[in-house]
Design a protein around this ligand. Sequence first.
Ligand code: ADP
Ligand code: MG
Length: 284
Amino acid sequence: SIPLGYFGGIGAASKRGILFKGSNYLDAIANLDAVVFDKTGTLTTGEFKVQQVVGISEDDMAVVAAAESFSSHPIASAITRYAGKDNMSIDDSLLRNIPGAGVAYGNMLIGTLKLLRDNGVDYDKSLNSIPETIVAVAKEGQFKGYILLADTPKSDTANLPLRLKRQGIGMMQILSGDKQALIDKLVSDLNKGGKMHVTGFGDLLPQDKVSHISALKEQGKKVAFVGDGINDAPVLALSDVGVAMGAMGSDMAVETADVVIQTDEPGKVAEAVAIGKRTRRIVY
Ligand code: ADP
Ligand code: MG
């Protein structure tokens, strides 16, 4: 039978917008070594805005916007919003979604610089070091230009390292499909004041995130992964505690997760750990 204290813990958590799908996860979250976060939509608002379009012709930009109108990624929404309402019609049989990288439309590639690199497209390598999100466009293997987008950290992201450290968590990491230069900047901001040494890895495809979590588990670490869901279901399932940000997260993530945070605040993870620990003290 389940000790009564667990019901108290689950109830206290749910009042704070944290849903535990079982009492076993209260135990698990109280015993974590590492908390690993997705970036987009989890640590940042995911509300991208187009800042600048560089080098892409009007005709190509119309195709890009039309192609992105089929994608549910927040970056895609920002691009279609920027382009305006009336999209040109395109042949959707030529469209291919490339998870964690972008989209392809016929002989056009729209997505990360890494996507271009992996497809042998040449571009000015200094773009790699711009600490902003770039959606690059190539046609028939030729670089055409790029779209600069910005997304901002959520207000409680800056405090996260300190709050997790106070709960005895020794390791905080960020895994992202976005550029390494941008992740480096976010990490260096989080490390100011030296609360906990945060590390971050960019340019990752969804399967790279899976390998990363597997490696941590093989080192014997108890790991929580926190994500908003787009492409996160496999890592949520693999982690000891999968936490979905449910406010904006995908249904898929909410279903796969062990814990669902109903607000858009990543700081709730520290609260969830605190509730787990308090419950253990009552139960044992
Ligand atoms: P994160 O891991 O930070 O949550 P994602 O895995 O969702 O990010 O996406 C990784 C990167 O892939 C994005 O930063 C973006 O550059 C690119 N990307 C993903 N989907 C699209 C899309 N529909 N159009 C253009 N770029 C995309
Ligand atoms: Mg994401």
